[in-house]
Write a protein that binds this ligand. Structure first.
Ligand code: HMG
Ligand code: MG
Length: 320
């Protein structure tokens, strides 16, 4: 495949998806099994959990046990989201207490919002305070030899303050990039963005950060996530976050759904000029992420959680 057309997926279901599951606490063993299945199906990037306050996000409380339980696939990054120094300290203690080769993880994700209202709701501080905090965490994580991925939330619309200024998104994205994030993922947190809005956003953000350092994180509330991905691809973005079975939601946006389903992204790109990079050998082709196996995982985890499988591709394959 032409290196210019290699697409990377970051599977965020075990973090962005499961963090939003209502009801009973999901057992560590189920999270571990989900992550193992996703990596075995070919994913190179699986976000495994977060070290955030369990009062804020109870479903992520077992992340240390999850990291210890995963069967590490060489070459796979199992990122962990950290909101503050406390979260990073927790991770570093865990790594120090459990030296292994490969290590339990080599990557953290940090996150800020483009609006103060969302920042307060999600992290109890303003964007400026969040950036200050994140700069320290990023520095310390880099010093510890971890790679750091950044997220910006509410890049198109904020559930509290409405339309978001693309210039503000550009500034915040550039700050994360300048801090040392190897990539910054632009989050349509509420999932209401449309292709023309994504295009306008990228035109602006590209002025501050090279497009190959950007990723797209599209929740799919309005059914436009695949269209948004295709638009972002035309603009040169090559990394996208997705969630098996479309797991997830957003606690601050009633009706918001999860990330775009991984199955749907794989199906949309199958047979096109784009090649989704992965761990699994496909005879006669390069390594990729295996669509059939991802479909099976989508059905399996939906059943385990007693939730609907919202992947259109997953449903289509089952109905065949
Ligand atoms: P706070 O209440 O302002 O923090 O929360 P605090 O420092 O005052 O601490 C409050 C309590 O939390 C204390 O415990 C701390 O020890 C504890 P207490 O004394 O009351 O028993 N605490 C922690 N515990 C464990 N791990 C930690 C930690 N830090 C403090 N790291 C804070 C501030 C940032 C901690 C809180 O707001 C928080 O955890 N927020 C995280 C929210 C979150 O995880 N959101 C979802 C992830 S982001 C996302 O989904 C968006 C994304 O997908 C992109 C998109 O779609 O837009 C990435
Ligand atoms: Mg998200």
């Amino acid at each position: 495949p032409d290196p210019k057309n290699i697409v990377n997926l970051v599977e965020v279901g075990p973090r962005d998806g499961l963090q939003n599951e209502k009801g009973a606490i999901i057992p560590v063993s189920l999270k571990v099994e989900l992550i193992n299945r996703l990596a075995r199906a070919g994913h190179l990037n699986v976000e495994a959990g977060s070290f955030v306050s369990p009062k804020w996000v109870p479903q992520m409380a077992g992340t240390a046990e999850v990291l210890k339980g995963i069967e590490k696939q060489p070459g796979v990054h199992y990122a962990v989201l950290v909101p503050n120094q406390r979260g990073l300290d927790h991770l570093v203690e865990l790594l120090d207490a459990n030296p292994s080769n490969p290590p339990l993880t080599d990557e953290v994700s940090v996150f800020v919002a483009a609006t103060d209202a969302f920042s307060r709701a999600n992290t109890n501080c303003t964007v400026a305070e969040s950036l200050e905090r994140t700069a320290v965490v990023t520095r310390n994580a880099l010093d510890r030899g971890l790679r750091v991925r950044g997220y910006v939330s509410v890049v198109i619309r904020c559930p509290f303050s409405g339309e978001v200024d693309a210039k503000r998104v550009r500034e915040v994205t550039k700050e994360l990039y300048d801090m040392g994030c190897y990539e910054v993922s632009l989050g349509d947190t509420v999932g209401l963005g449309r292709p023309h809005e994504v295009a306008a956003l990228l035109e602006e953000v590209k002025k501050g950060v090279p497009v190959e350092k950007l990723a797209g994180h599209f929740h799919d509330t309005s059914g436009t996530a695949i269209a948004n991905i295709m638009t972002a691809l035309e603009h040169g973005v090559r990394t996208f976050d997705s969630s098996v079975g479309g797991l997830g939601g957003c606690p601050y946006s009633p009706g918001a759904t999860g990330n775009v389903a991984t199955e749907d992204v794989l199906y949309a790109l199958q047979g096109s000029k784009y090649h989704v990079a992965g761990l699994v050998d496909v005879p006669g082709r390069a390594k990729t992420v295996d669509l059939e196996r991802i479909v099976d995982i989508g059905w399996w985890i939906s059943e385990q959680l007693g939730r609907e499988n919202i992947s259109r591709t997953g449903r289509m394959v089952k109905a065949r």
